[in-house]
Design a binder for this molecule. Sequence first.
Ligand SMILES: [Zn+2]
Length: 102
Amino acid sequence: MTFALEEEAIALLLRSPRLEVSQIMRLLDVSDAEFRAMIKRNARIAALIDARRAGTLEAPQAEPVQCPACDEWFLPYGAARFCSDPCRNLGRLAVGGRRRTR
Ligand SMILES: [Zn+2]
């Protein structure tokens, strides 16, 4: 995952009130130091952290899910399981066993 993509994913997950920050760091394999650096670097992440602390976080319409084909986090439309058409096609061929635990 590149820096930018990782921060995208973090910002997305931080919008979910159901996920703890520690859970998000574990999901994306981000260390404490990396996470603090992201908060400094990324105003969106900083604002989300502030909102979580203040309890003013607004729940998104949909919960972010991880695409089973490319591992990218995204907000699904309806019951979509994959982030994009290429992944859906890939998923038809390859995905079957990989379950999320939670
Ligand atoms: Zn995907």
